[in-house]
Design a protein around this ligand. Sequence first.
Ligand code: ADP
Ligand code: MG
Length: 729
Amino acid sequence: MSKMRFFALQELSTRKPLKVVAPSNKLSDYYGSHVFDRKKMQEYLPKEAYKAVIEANEKGTPINREMADLIANGMKSWAKSLNVTHYTHWFQPLTDGTAEKHDGFIEFGEDGEVIERFSGKLLIQQEPDASSFPNGGIRNTFEARGYTAWDVSSPAFVVDTTLCIPTIFISYTGEALDYKTPLLKALGAVDKAATEVCQLFDKNITRVYTNLGWEQEYFLVDSSLYNARPDLCLTGRTLMGHSSAKDQQLEDHYFGSIPPRVTAFMKELEIECHKLGIPAKTRHNEVAPNQFELAPAFENCNLANDHNQLVMDLMKRIARKHHFNVLLHEKPYNGVNGSGKHNNWSLCTDTGINLFTPGKNPKGNMLFLTFLVNALMMVYKNQDLLRASIMSAGNSHRLGANEAPPAILSCFLGRELSATLDEIVRQVGNDKMTPEEKTTLKLGIGRIPEILLDTTDRNRTSPFAFTGNRFEFRAAGSSSNCAAAMIAINAAMANQLNEFRASVEKLMEDGVGKDEAIFRTLKETIIASEPIRFEGDGYSEEWKQEAARRGLTNICHVPQALMHYVDNQSKAVLIGERIFNEMELNCRLEVELEKYTMKVQIESRVLGDLAINHIVPIAVAYQNRLLENLRGLKEVFSAEEYEQMSVDRKDLIREISRRVTAIKILVREMTEARKVANRKENYKEKAFDYEEKVRPYLDSIRDHIDHLEMEVDDEIWPLPKYRELLFTK
Ligand code: ADP
Ligand code: MG
């Protein structure tokens, strides 16, 4: 066996679960201990400084320099109580992770003595070099300087010995270079639009908040095996590997008992989450072997998203301690399920109403129906934008494959609720409604809560499913920043709600009563959005055909899907609702396409190297052993006996030879295709070339390697196999 694989397996056999001890038996003793939350602010800040933070949070009032100094000082005192020595602005550039640059509190006084200082200026704003982060065309057009600015709505926190301050990241001239800036804008837009619609029903509602509850799926793999797989290390997924004789076919992993080493990891992860005020709640095995899920309770969308970013980071660090590597890639292994990140999304009012929960009376239910129907229409009109928001090199392995959400967007409502919508269409006429008609309709609507209680059907194949009090967007990839999807959904919802309100108001101006104007607009919206409603199996072949008949789009081609970021509808939403300006949107597209190109480029290089340096030499060595064996047989046995014995061996040699040659040719062709693609000046053409001309080689080369894996002696196979990666704990 190759040394690498042998030592990896040997090391693995000595693994034991680490002992994990919580800081206290009572969770509430340490929950949020590392967050500068309101309670700690009150303790560490002078009254007026505390008030300034709260007002900035609730009303968007700017914080002046004097207050900032007071806040920074209080923050520093609190941080020092946790032995903090450094601080950083923590932000979310358009890469797959967060960025931070740690600076010590250290400064020198007039006499050269060391003092620990953290001023308001440093708290509020810093200037990292924007040109080192993905920024699309912005870097060409503007100065390289970028600013990070404190996001007052997300509290500062301490990781290890560093104080982290959540910030937005913008260019010198104010263009967004991160996920947080447009997310905050989208949340603001949906707040405004939804509040105005709510006011048609209830004047007491003055704000609408967005909630997000994410579910993070991931794989764990032992770190010595991981280190012996250069493809996992460099690309996050296995570029080769024959499927294991057993994988998920027995369906014995999902919700199964969690292995002790994994439990230890999860425990420590949860403790660290809780210290940071991340409400980690659910943990379980997922469908594939060595696949797991973590889900917290839902929170305000901006905070939930920060928490998800933080969790992905924590996972990686804590996994290492337990001799695991965490795989956040959407499809680390062929042939078993990939990982997603379900985004549970809901809207709720400052009066405490969840707008996706039916009310207790017909009026409440009207509000519910209005938001439900507008959400359907939002998905229908913005299928392409929603898909663009979750499309990536990694996620494309899930979409359209027969497991995770299809690349076709659709909404599942459940039979009963669907029937209620159809009922509204039937009952609301185009003429003025009689009082009796209104009463019947309202009575029908009054029944909704009972209906939902009865509804137990859950459709797991739907990419955008209504699940009783929220919508669950299941198409997002496990490694993605939730903000990308949340920007699209909330901006699109704002846009849809604005259109809805405009239609209602138009009817009212024409003399139609308010209730009736709402009913008629709802009816129109239900009819128009009907094609997006689908209750059946979203993975089935029939659905693909049916969806095509309905005119729904189905795009698996990554650059094509991404190009919809700049189609007319997406522009109407993203630019129209002032989430991006034209240039920012174009830059975003450029960044996404470039990211795609680079990922495929790296995969292609790694596969080429592994094929030529690892696989071909081993195959040839094995072939030589077979040849040696043939020569020996010939020497020892009679010509007749030799003929008989050598048939299958000769076949195998031919087979190996054929594959080795094919691999060499394909790798050469792939390298050529890459060169042609790399010469393309235009980033769009380059991405299209990578998708169409380079990427197909990844599969064809892999196919030969995976066959060789079954033909060559296991003893000398250089890379850990699927059965080892997936089944060892
Ligand atoms: P499942 O796997 O069945 O979808 P989970 O319990 O794993 O369910 O996850 C449900 C997720 O939905 C959790 O993150 C939870 O906080 C979130 N959630 C529940 N209610 C809401 C809501 N009203 N708005 C947003 N998210 C919600
Ligand atoms: Mg779910």
